[in-house]
Design a protein around this ligand. Structure first.
Ligand SMILES: C[S@@+](CC[C@H](N)C(=O)[O-])C[C@H]1O[C@@H](n2cnc3c(N)ncnc32)[C@H](O)[C@@H]1O
Length: 300
């Protein structure tokens, strides 16, 4: 089962009215969406997910609340193509859900033996097996550095190349072992040495950062005045993108900041409302929330 992170905080910040129109970009198992749907009896909910398994379960849950919703089985990068009206609120609860992590065969976890996969969209062609076994050395180093911020990227990539020349690397545990063998002994004692590389592979396979950047910019355009976007991120790379985009649209351009009166067309159209982390109590009861952060912005 998936325990929703920062549930109360994000729902409160969405400022739901009974007739609000809301988009949940990451439906998952409908933890957030169920709460939203309950509070908008005369409104409408659009919910995206690219994972058919999650959608099936979420649909059963939402069905019991009302019919005022539409599930869109697509990547949220299609936001602007799919939604043709302005809305009151948009939620992103990024990353993977606990069931996705727990299902061995999805290949997201380095603790569980599985085929290297990591696709959120099971119809997609690129998977972690292809990245690990087919990407050239330089490209592996690049994604490990960029998306994993891993300081032993070169030695790990070399280790992968050496192994795969003998035979393809098939499973998560096999890969985790290779990673372990290619970092210094004392580094292995900190967090699991495979953590950052698995994060990097997941980001690459699902193109997570580019997709999020595009969708967040489009989401800003879809808001009605007074409408809000809540973004829950789970690592610094996603959070940095969110922070940067929110800063850009909520501040006066640097060149104009000294003017006594800023012309209307340069005045920010959005204001940042919150940047919060889960309380200790939530972290205690849901470990997955420890790296989470919620940022909220409002269209003025
Ligand atoms: C953390 S879970 C959301 C959990 C949900 N808020 C809940 O409380 O049940 C993230 C979900 O978003 C989906 N997802 C992630 N990136 C996506 C994308 N680019 N497009 C569509 N769905 C995406 C994943 O498949 C996953 O089901």
């Amino acid at each position: 089962m998936h325990t929703s992170v920062l549930l109360k905080e994000s729902i409160d910040y969405l400022n739901l009215k009974d007739n609000s129109t809301i988009i949940d970009c990451t439906l998952g198992y409908a933890g957030h969406s169920s709460e939203i749907l309950k509070r908008i009896p005369n409104g409408f909910l659009y919910a995206f997910d690219q994972d058919s398994e999650a959608i099936e379960k979420a649909n059963k849950r939402l069905n019991q609340i009302s019919n005022n919703y539409k599930i869109i089985n697509k990547n949220f990068v299609n936001l602007k193509l799919e939604i043709k009206e302005k809305v009151d609120g948009i939620l992103f609860d990024l990353g993977v859900s606990s069931p996705q992590l727990d299902e061995d065969y999805r290949g997201f976890s380095y603790h569980k033996e599985a085929k290297l996969d990591m696709r959120m969209n099971q119809k997609q062609v690129l998977d972690a097996y292809k990245v690990v076994n087919e990407y050239p050395y330089e490209k592996l180093v690049d994604i490990f550095r960029k998306y994993g911020e891993e300081k032993y990227s070169t030695s790990i990539a070399k280790g992968i190349i050496t192994k795969r020349e003998i035979k393809p690397i098939e499973t998560t545990v096999e890969l985790a072992e290779i990673i372990k063998e290619n970092v210094p002994e004392k580094y292995r004692k900190k967090a699991h040495p495979a953590r950052k590389i698995f994060q990097a592979l997941r980001i690459e396979v699902n193109d997570e950062l580019n997709v999020f950047k595009t969708a967040l910019k489009d989401a800003l355009e879809l808001l009605k005045p007074g409408g809000r976007i809540c973004v829950i991120t789970f690592h610094s790379l996603e959070d940095r993108i969110c922070k940067q985009i929110f800063n850009e649209v909520s501040t006066v351009p640097k060149e104009l900041s000294n003017l006594p009166i800023v012309p209307d067309k340069y005045k920010p159209k959005y204001r940042v409302l919150a940047n919060i982390k889960p309380k200790d109590k939530e972290i205690e009861y849901n470990k997955r929330s420890r790296s989470a952060r919620l940022r909220v912005i409002e269209k003025i």
